[in-house]
Design a protein around this ligand. Structure first.
Ligand SMILES: Cc1cc2nc3c(=O)[nH]c(=O)nc-3n(C[C@H](O)[C@H](O)[C@H](O)COP(=O)(O)OP(=O)(O)OC[C@H]3O[C@@H](n4cnc5c(N)ncnc54)[C@H](O)[C@@H]3O)c2cc1C
Ligand code: SF4
Ligand code: SF4
Length: 839
């Protein structure tokens, strides 16, 4: 039987995806497939278009190659615009020829809408859609100073970032009263505006441009309806998109009232031989401006051409998670609470710069939508609650409130149903992932290859990894130790790369040994490795973007957005003078005061701008940071030992102080706790610590890798009757070996459990020096000790670093972001009961 001809018009993201889905199916054998693209370049990833300004080329962004197309038997016509669709004679016409068809797929995408402002069509008025557009912007920006983006939506902000990366002073002009009006509410938009302005992009909301005329100081002048104006060298319009339906329109296909090619659930237009997919298609009166729905349409059509009667497009989730100019923004489902009876929970922390809003059902059981600005940590979990109708916990506000450690409570992969959508770009469910694993995929890469999960916008990377890891573990498969998709290495391997190659910044590491821009998994891990290797200040400008909030501000953020401060008190020994200072500072700043389980004084309730002032006072009294915020040595607890106790056989306080002074500031994969007991009665509970020391008549017994917390583990006896010197050199080696070889966020207990050969092997390496590493480990530790600096002190003394805390000082009325306090047992504490606003 002679083959039929299928013509695909448009070689963009969705057209390309359709070909990928269709090419190897049985139906493809019945067709000669011709693809027409008006752009001269083969389909590329428009979602990551901005990376073109960061150095990526078309080849990096390309979704396939001409060879791939040829190998699949597809005939590609690039740089050939289809100018007419002649449905009567079933042919498409281009300037180069006429081609007959049996079926046509329109995948013509959309074009940027340029508002018909007087003067919008002159030179240096540009748009942001194709690589050619970006070339034009680059050329226009050459040697110039200012650029304006018209439109404060998703793409507008991305374009503003691009202008900034070209060295221009960037402005965003938005007609609406807030940025991203579609995704955000007033509070979210206001916070985003503030954050974006802090990053040096000037935002002008509620501005209607009336005309663009020649400028006096720059090329162009934008006149606004409020009589003000702005001069700029170039303007990028990003005021929305319009479906590219010209061909369909002129050929008489049914078009929506406001544009778009009308399709049914099978992507068929008003002509049964013509289909439409992607941003040009209008389904249920909606145009989808995201790639995921387009991909679903592409899959639907491929299935439909294979006579799959079940295949159908049924709409798409428009939730979005983005990092705009480095600011987290997330919007899920019914973000504006349009559902009748919907209720809201909002948490707005102006000080920390985070805003979270949950829209929940009237009965409080389901999540309908959410908005996040400043911290996308809870996004994946919230999305799962919303998409899968999972019952909310009794206290849903905990999903957006800051927690003291480890991020927002996550919905574990096991809690997700098989139908849970993990990757919305490629419509991959948890069930699909399980299916891929059951079919033989044994690592993340293979699952990605098989299902394409996380190969679209990449927003689901962390969730995918946790589902894959958990499912592989359940099947007894050893899980890949790759830290994340950006580095094909474990933490240990990254450590070696950093150390051996003398790498000092995240950027160099990812350029030389990774790919992409990094994520919330690899950035803090690399920050910790760099700190261990080079001990540079945690707030050195290269490192700041890598840190968690606690590390960034060198204090622990607590549940109401204020901070707690823990000065170091080695061995728990403190002079009355110092105690008085702690009391005075606590009184002055009205801080809640508590003695911790690790013999420290914890001061709660400081606002961000108060932190440096408080540190200064504490430093003047001889205190330094206790690193309570970091993955580092926290405390060395001690009993009073032989100095005071009748039973004590050694000076446990003296040893605790010595150990704490020695290891303070050491950055490690997880927090480290120590204790020293003066005799076997063990009052300091050393056997529940990472490093436990118990005095004997002859010296010290050393215990390693214990911990308290959620999964307690008794420490193992490692060496007995050690002298002071031997104790210290042994601890040096154990700690350094752990720091170098453990996984990210792996506590010593888990590290030991996973170490092949276990305790015996560790003893061989450390006590018998079986790997010949002993001296090197000790020398590295010595190096770290020699470069110690009190991070608080360096921060308050350096005006640049201090600025991070001062930005908010110029708004003194905002000093206390959470006005809801109550008094309990004579001290101030957050009033949990009214902290969250229910509307
Ligand atoms: C800067 C930027 C960032 C984005 N970020 C995201 C994001 O983070 N997440 C997300 O989901 N989406 C994002 N998008 C949107 C996403 O890129 C689109 O949803 C997707 O590209 C739509 O695919 P499409 O194939 O329908 O259209 P397109 O990719 O635009 O492809 C259509 C193609 O058809 C060609 N064409 C049109 N008419 C003709 C003709 N007559 N003859 C021949 N060829 C023709 C066009 O030249 C074009 O190459 C972003 C878009 C941009 C521009
Ligand atoms: S144990 Fe107490 S202090 Fe520690 S994380 Fe839990 S609630 Fe916070
Ligand atoms: S551990 Fe021993 S030395 Fe220390 S307080 Fe208890 S009994 Fe005294």
């Amino acid at each position: 039987m002679a083959k039929q001809t299928l013509i695909v018009i448009g070689n963009g993201m969705v057209g390309h995806h359709f070909l990928e889905q269709f090419a190897d199916t049985p139906a493809a054998a019945d067709y000669d497939v011709h693809v027409f693209g008006e752009e001269p370049l083969i389909a590329y990833d428009r979602v990551h278009l901005s990376e073109y300004f960061g150095g990526s080329s078309h080849a990096d962004l390309a979704l396939g190659t001409a060879e791939d197309y040829a190998a699949k038997g597809l005939t590609l016509h690039l740089d050939e615009q289809v100018t007419e669709l002649d449905r009567d004679n079933r042919k498409v016409i281009t300037p180069k020829g006429e081609y007959e068809y049996d079926a046509v797929v329109l995948a013509t995408g959309s074009y940027p809408f340029v508002p018909p402002i007087d003067g919008h069509d002159q030179a240096h008025c540009l748009v942001y859609r194709t690589l050619a557009d970006l070339d034009a912007i680059r050329a226009s920006a050459e040697g110039r100073k200012t650029g304006v983006v018209v439109g404060g939506g998703l793409l507008g902000l991305e374009a503003a970032n691009a202008l900034k990366s070209l060295g221009l002073e960037a402005h965003v002009v938005e007609f609406a009263p807030r940025l991203m009006p579609v995704q955000l509410d007033a509070d979210g938009g206001a916070l985003l505006k503030r954050k974006i302005e802090e990053l040096g992009v000037q935002v002008h909301t509620e501005k209607a441009t009336t005309a663009i005329v020649p400028g006096e100081e720059a090329r162009l002048r934008m006149n606004f309806s409020d009589e003000s104006h702005l001069e700029t060298d170039l303007i990028v319009f990003s005021a929305g998109i319009r479906p590219q339906d010209t061909l369909a329109r002129s050929s008489g296909l049914e078009i929506g009232e406001r544009g778009g090619i009308v399709i049914d659930d099978q992507c068929t237009t008003s002509d049964p031989q013509v289909f439409a997919i992607g941003e040009c298609a209008l389904w249920d009166n909606r145009i989808f401006g995201l790639v995921a729905p387009g991909y679903t349409m592409a899959r639907t059509l491929a299935a439909r051409l294979n006579q799959d009667a079940e295949a159908g497009f049924s709409g798409a989730d428009m939730s979005t998670k983005l990092k705009l100019l480095g600011v987290d923004v997330g919007s899920i489902g019914d973000a504006h609470g349009a559902t009748p009876g919907a209720r809201n929970i909002r948490f707005n922390d102006e000080q920390a710069g985070t805003y979270g809003r949950l829209v929940i059902s009237e009965d409080g059981k389901k999540l309908l939508g959410a908005i996040l600005v400043g911290d996308n940590g809870p996004y994946d979990t919230l999305l799962q609650y919303a998409l899968n109708g999972i019952d909310l916990p009794a206290n849903p506000e905990s999903l957006i409130l800051p927690v003291s450690e480890g991020g927002a409570p996550a919905l574990g992969p096991d809690a997700l149903p098989e139908t849970a959508s993990i990757c919305s770009c490629h419509n991959v469910s948890k069930g699909d992932i399980c299916g891929a694993i059951d079919a033989g995929c044994t690592d993340l890469g293979a699952v990605k290859g098989e299902t394409k999960a996380s190969t679209g916008c990449g927003g689901c990377a962390a969730l995918l990894k946790s589902v894959v890891d958990s499912e592989l573990e359940k099947r007894g498969v050893e899980v890949s130790k790759d830290i994340c998709e950006h580095f094909p290495y474990s933490r240990q391997e990254l450590f070696h790369l950093v150390k051996v190659n003398g790498i000092r910044t995240f950027r160099t590491l990812i350029e030389q040994h990774g790919k992409g821009h990094g994520c919330d998994i690899c950035k803090p891990a690399v920050a910790s490795i760099l700190a261990t290797c080079w001990n540079e200040h945690i707030m050195a400008s290269e490192h700041v973007p890598l840190q968690d909030t606690n590390d960034t501000f060198m204090a622990n953020m607590q549940k109401n957005g204020t901070y707690s401060i823990v000065p170091r008190i080695p061995g728990g020994e403190i002079t009355p003078e110092k105690l008085i200072v702690l009391g005075e500072v606590a009184k002055e700043y009205d801080l809640y005061t508590k003695i911790t389980g690790g013999q420290r004084v914890d001061l709660f309730g400081a606002t961000l701008s108060e932190l440096p002032e408080i540190w200064e006072k504490l430093i003047a009294a001889g205190f330094e940071t206790g690193h309570a915020y970091g993955k580092s040595v926290r405390t060395v607890k001690s009993c009073v030992g032989s100095t005071w106790c009748r039973y004590g056989v050694q000076d446990s306080v003296g040893m605790a102080i010595q150990l704490e002074e020695r290891y303070k500031g050491l950055r490690s994969p997880h927090k480290l706790k120590f204790a020293v007991s003066g005799c076997t009665r063990e009052c300091a509970e050393a056997q529940s610590k990472d490093i436990g020391v118990i005095a004997t008549e002859n010296g010290w017994n050393l215990y390693v890798c214990g911990n308290g917390g959620m999964r307690p583990r008794h420490a193992d006896l490692f060496a007995t009757d050690l002298s002071d010197e031997a104790l210290i050199s042994t601890i040096d080696r154990v700690l350094m070996f752990y720091v170098r070889t453990a996984d990210r966020l792996q506590r010593t207990s888990v590290w030991l459990e996973n170490l092949e050969g276990g305790l015996d092997y560790l003893k061989e390496v450390i006590l018998e020096d079986s790997l010949g590493l002993g001296e090197e480990l000790e020398a590295h530790m010595q190096d770290i000790i020699g470069t110690y600096q009190c991070e608080w002190k360096s921060a308050v003394e350096d005006p640049e670093k201090r600025k991070r805390f001062r930005e908010f000082v110029n708004a003194p009325d905002k000093k206390d972001p959470v006005q809801h306090w109550t008094t309990e047992r004579d001290q101030r504490r957050p009033a949990n009961e009214i902290k969250v606003e229910m509307v």
